[in-house]
Structure formats: C-alpha cells, structure tokens
Design a protein around this ligand. Structure first.
Ligand SMILES: *Cc1c(COP(=O)(O)O)cnc(C)c1O
Length: 434
C-alpha cells in the first residue's frame, strides 16, 4: 500500500479524524456491538484479510452483493477488459443494454428498467414514479423494512393519530414524512385499516417481500396477497424492494417464489456484483412516464457506468449459467441446522431464521415476525457472540438486524467452520450469562 504503513487501530483513529464515526456507512462502525471496526486489506472467495494479515471467514459478503464471492475470476477479468477501454463515456454502452435486457428477461413484470447507482436511488425514484402514475401522494411502508436513506423512507416508530409517522433521523422534517404511512410488517389487519382510512390517497405500498433488514423475516401467508388485493382495489401500486432478494433466492425475483406480482420492482446489491448499481422497473406504461419520454425526472451522471454494469452483468450471466441456487440452499440449510444444534447444546434459546442463502440469528426470542419482536431479542448477547466469533476468525454483520449471506465461494467445509466457531461462542455466551 502507498503512504504511511499503519496498523488497524491507527488507521481507524485516522479515519475518525477525517470521516464521521470513521466510516462512510453507519453500520460498519460496530456501534451496535461495540469495539473497533476492522479495516481490511484484501479479499478472495469467502475470506477477508485485515491489515495485519489475519484471515476472516466472511458472512457479510459486501452486504449481500457478492453472491459469487470476493474477486470472482470471471467478474475480475471482465472488469479488467472494460477498464482498458476507458470507463466513463457519459453515453450509451452495449453493456447497459445487455444488463437491462437480462433484468427484463428474468424479473417478472419488468418490461423496462432504469439503472441507477444504489438501492436508495431505486426506491426513491420508484416512489416518485408511483406518485406520478397514480396521482396520489401517500406511500405505505413497514416497520423494519429498509428502503435506503432518502427522506421519505426514514421513518421509525409510529406516532400519534392514525398511521402517521415521525421521522427517525434528525434533519428530516415532519413534512418530508407526512405522506409516509408506517405499519407493522406481517399485519394484514393493519394494512386493511390503513386502506380503509386513506385508500384514495395511497400511491403505493413498498415492501421487502422477504425482509432482510430486521434480520431475516419471511412474509406470513396472508400478508403479501392482502397487500396485492388492497392495491388493486384502491388503484395503488405494489412496489417490491428486492434490493436483497432478487437473484439471491433464485435466478429472478422473489415474486416468482411467492406467487405475487408487483407493479414496480427495485433492485440493487447483487445486480452490481459488488460495484454500485441499482435499478427499478416494471410495466411499460409506468416506465414510459420517466424522462426523457415522460414528465417524471430522474437522472444520474454515473448511472449505467461501464465498470459497475460490467460487474453486474458478468455476475448475473455467471449465475444464469451455473444456477448455484440449490447448492446454496443446501449449504445454508446445513448452517441453519448446525447453528440450531450448537445453540441447543449450549442451552441457549435462539431463533435461526432463513430464506435461501440469507440467514439471521436472534438470541432469547421465539420466531420473529416483525421489528418489535426483532428488537426484543437479546442485543447484549448478540454483541458478545459477535466478538467471540470474530476471535475465532468469523466476520459476521455487526448487528442482529443484518442478514448473514452465503456465497458460492462458501463450501461445506467453511460452513462447518462457522458452525464449529458458533458452538464455542454459544458456550461462552451461556457461561457468561450464568
Ligand atoms: C441495501 C438496501 C437498500 C439500499 O441500497 P443502497 O445501495 O445501500 O442505497 C434498499 N433496500 C433494501 C431492501 C436494501 O437491503
């Protein structure tokens, strides 16, 4: 590395001088679990190496964006080829068309798509489009679903009369969230009541079809069908935020697995293969309202960037050819069973929740179906467990509200390594709580 040779702690101290909290995204800061975040030097497959050369088995995997593992050889070689051609023409490239084509072929109901730079941009733009299409102003979102950090989606606990919500970040005004209705996840009754009260004002319902930002929380059987039915009845759009789930659970979107069709779908993470790409798309008549065809403005200097699109395209092409999803399912199930068994042996009550290769662990609770239940889990014990796992070389997301992700680079041996480390870590937690 160029510049001053530094160790991890010195680098973090420097980071804190120049960057708020020493990070560029809050959850990286270890705020929830305590301690010093680890800067990494390099990564390959399912492993990360810190500045001191220590290896870690990674279950963060670029927050779910790296389903093929770090530095996948095919993605890397395509990136190198693209790099040699120059990387920002500020104009159309063939790679953009191929990625858009592949997304439209594989995401149900997606006639057209717009590429953006992040999941945040995708959901923010989809909300604008839904409002324009329906001529209505309110958006329903669910507690514990994360749709990026645009003002209107930064809504935490519900407050006061009706279903109106208060902003969950300073700097967001009541006005900016006045049109956001906040409801509990997995509660079809609350959804019905909200539509009864505000039906003619609701532009869209936005939802993670399998929630991955309050830990992994699958939808109950009635929840999404109810949302679809109410949207149809009241002329609102159903927006699936599949930034995590698309191409994670199978080759395509969660719509196929759940048997529910959304009107707009938001994408991110995997479709950029670890580089910044987001997207939103849906029916032609809706998408044609976007500028330059229509009057809904949406733009981006970096949107469709050659390198980002190349990483996404080669990731998706590899997934389509190799179809690794059954294999991922098998390994993730092995991890799920292993964690359950290890916790049972240590005498610790835990909830292990999983869909496909996304998995999460809550201490001290039964099944978690919504944010209130997720937050009632034992956070201190998670923090202890996190640091015990870290000592044993396993890098978990530093919060119980974040999903763990397997990639095709994790073999059975690596899964067993995680289970082994968790058995020791559970024992430590049990010992400590005695
Ligand atoms: C990560 C995420 C986002 C935000 O994406 P960014 O690229 O971080 O802006 C939006 N929705 C969901 C479901 C996500 O998991």
């Amino acid at each position: 590395m160029e510049g001053k040779a530094v160790n991890s702690q010195a680098l973090y101290r420097e980071a804190c001088r120049f960057m708020p909290g020493g990070v560029n995204s809050p959850v990286r800061s270890f705020n929830v679990v305590g301690g010093c975040p680890i800067p990494f030097l390099r990564a390959s497959g399912c492993r990360l190496w810190d500045l001191e050369g220590n290896p870690y088995l990674d279950l963060v995997m670029g927050w779910g964006s790296l389903i093929l593992g770090h530095a996948h050889s095919r993605v890397a070689s395509r990136l190198e080829k693209a790099l040699a051609r120059g990387w920002n023409f500020g104009a159309l490239t063939e790679e953009e068309v191929r990625l858009a084509e592949l997304l439209c072929q594989s995401v149900r109901g997606m006639d057209m798509v717009r590429l953006v730079n992040s999941g945040t941009e995708a959901t923010m733009s989809a909300a604008r489009l839904a409002r324009a299409f329906t001529g209505k102003r309110r958006i329903i979102k669910f507690e514990g679903c994360y749709h990026g950090h645009s003002d209107g989606f930064l809504v935490g606990a519900g407050s006061g009369a009706g279903f109106l919500a208060a902003p969950s970040s300073e700097g967001v005004t009541d006005n900016q969230v006045a049109d956001t209705l906040l409801l509990p996840y997995n509660d079809p009754g609350a959804l019905k009541s909200a539509f009864e009260a505000h039906g003619d004002e609701i532009a869209a319902v936005i939802v993670e079809p399998v929630a991955g930002n309050m830990g992994v929380v699958p939808p109950s059987e009635e929840f999404l069908p109810q949302a679809r039915e109410l949207c149809d009845r009241h002329g609102a759009l159903l927006v699936f935020d599949e930034v995590i789930t698309a191409f994670r659970l199978h080759f395509g979107s969660a719509q196929d697995l759940l048997g529910i069709e959304a009107d707009l779908v938001c994408l991110g993470k995997i479709i950029g293969g670890g580089l910044p790409v987001g997207a939103f798309g849906g029916r032609r008549e809706i998408m044609e309202m976007l500028s330059p065809l229509g009057g809904v403005y949406q733009a981006g200097t970096m949107s469709g960037n050659l390198l980002a699109v190349t990483a996404g395209l080669s990731t998706l092409q590899t997934l389509r050819e190799e179809n690794p999803y059954q294999d991922l399912e098998r390994k993730a199930e092995r991890l799920e069973q292993g964690l359950r068994e290890a916790a049972r042996e240590a005498g610790l009550p835990v909830a292990v929740q999983r869909r496909g290769s996304m998995i999460s662990l809550f201490f001290g609770v039964g099944e978690v179906k919504n944010l209130v239940q997720a937050k009632s889990s034992d956070l201190d014990m998670f923090a202890t467990f996190f640091h015990e796992m870290l000592k044993r070389g396993v890098y978990l997301p530093p919060s119980p509200l974040e999903a763990w992700f397997l990639s095709t680079a994790h073999g059975e041996r690596e899964v067993d390594e995680v289970v082994e480390a968790s058995a020791r870590s559970f024992e430590f937690c049990a010992e400590k709580s005695r």
